[in-house]
Design a protein around this ligand. Sequence first.
Ligand code: GLP
Length: 240
Amino acid sequence: MRIVVLRTSRLAAESIARFICHSVREQPDLVLGLPTGRTMIPVYAGVARQHRRLRADFSRVTSFNLDEFAGLEPGHRGSYRAFMDRHLFSRVAIASGQTHFPGEHGTAPRAYDEMISRAGGLDVCLLGIGLNGHVGFNEPAARLTPYTHHVKLMPSTRRANSYLFGGLSEVPRVAVSMGIGTILRARRIVLLATGKDKSAIVRRALSGPVTTRVPASLVQLHPNALIVLDSAAARGLLGP
Ligand code: GLP
């Protein structure tokens, strides 16, 4: 695990945006695992802004989002599909047939893992981290599910996602998430965390024991993981 700390959240997001663009330029048929969340908004804005200059052509890229709410109407404004269309897909000309979300079009969760395998597996899986240490929607638990599955969302996770909806009551209670095994099989993992609110969970995830109670701590087991933090999120790691 390599940890890179950059001074500001803007620098951290831009370094990930450049990393994605370079990866696409090197490998035009890249298979990407993609997260949503507020941390990723400046990353996707950076990709949108810089991809032409960095000669990253997304027309052959395939993407698999980490998670999606269950039971929303297609095109619902709170869906992660709508988030990705708004922040990335409409801005880099990736064909919508090459972008995938778990549970979309009524597909069984496990079929998602088969689709990822058929695409050759994830080359790069970008990750955020929830305040409770979740990755995708793999919530802290005594046991984690390795493959794509339905999840009952924790109240804190529903609250953290209420910015996408009219209010907390509209946030679905169930979602579909890639499993931790699906994520750890990616050839490369890149995790981004920014802001002081994340410093405590970043410390637990990266310097605490590997435990299903902090799903992001399993990233410590990955042979090719890059962690990018801003100085606020890294504060707990660097000591007082
Ligand atoms: C959401 C998503 C995660 C994301 C996390 C952090 O619930 N399901 O994939 O990494 O929470 O979100 P944010 O960047 O808004 O803190």
